[in-house]
Design a binder for this molecule. Structure first.
Ligand code: G3P
Ligand code: MG
Length: 250
């Protein structure tokens, strides 16, 4: 699909729940996705990496320590081993036993509930290319024939290039912490449809320039209603927030 065709078919809501439900539920779990949904959100952002045996699953950090009962590198365990971990107790007792989800479980839930997905490809260091390709291929299979395929994003340009090469038709966004001077060249090279920036980097002029060049703009993670209102007024296309109990997704 050409970039022009992809952008003209941009189907995504204006608000997305960061890691499923911000901090209201254990991040990157099905419980978080359900909490985001209960607060009216119809798009979720979550982080995906690969198990030792190549299964895409949800986790933010490079290690299991902070958000699961496991220890050590996230890609040291097979999916069968990861699936047994408790990814809820660290957050609060009510989520004890909540499992780490595979991408497939989230896809099934999102498709059943009409929820759009922003899959952030979050490779373990050194696994950028295989993670980008594997996540794109898995997403292609899981969302085949869907009205609203997922948007893939990554800070890793290597992962995005591999995703593009594996499944060119899935739309991609380049994540940045700082906006590089050559952002337009990078988006063009990766055949991205959108720039996804830290909200503190955005200015009205940059958003207008991106739109003028034919790109959408997403932003993470404004959690203050006044900041969100300003970004909206500037025409940001998607706001990824933790503050799902405060920011109304409409
Ligand atoms: O996808 C946007 C945002 O999630 C990037 O930051 O560290 O929360 O994955 P992080
Ligand atoms: Mg993320």
């Amino acid at each position: 699909m050409s970039r022009e065709a992809a952008i003209s078919s941009w189907p995504y809501p204006r608000f997305a729940a960061h890691r499923g439900a911000g901090k209201l539920a254990p991040e990157n779990t099905l419980a978080a996705m359900r909490a985001g949904y209960a607060h009216g959100y119809r798009m979720v952002e979550f982080d995906v990496k690969l198990s030792a045996d190549g299964v895409p699953f949800l986790l933010h950090d490079d290690t299991l320590d902070r958000t699961t009962g496991g220890r050590g590198r996230a890609d040291a365990l097979t999916w069968a081993e990861l699936a047994k971990l408790d990814a809820g107790s660290w957050h609060s007792p009510q989520f004890a036993g909540e499992p780490l989800p595979a991408l497939g479980a989230i896809a099934n839930w999102a498709l059943a509930n009409g929820v759009a997905c922003n899959i952030e490809i979050k490779p373990m260091p050194g696994r950028e290319r295989d993670t980008g390709a594997a996540v794109a291929l898995d997403a292609q299979t899981l969302w085949r024939g869907a009205d609203m395929p997922p948007l893939l994003s990554s800070f890793s340009e290597e992962a995005l290039a591999a995703a593009r090469d594996a499944v060119p038709e899935l739309q991609r966004a380049l994540l940045v912490e700082r906006i590089p001077g050559d952002w337009e060249r990078r988006l063009s090279q990766l055949q991205c449809v959108a720039l996804d920036s830290d909200y503190r980097e955005l200015k009205a002029g940059l958003i207008a320039a991106a739109h003028g060049a034919g790109y959408k703009v997403l932003t993470y993670t404004p959690n203050d209603v006044e900041v969100v209102a300003r970004l909206n007024a500037w025409g940001v296309d998607c706001i990824i927030t933790d503050a799902i109990d405060v920011v109304r997704p409409e």
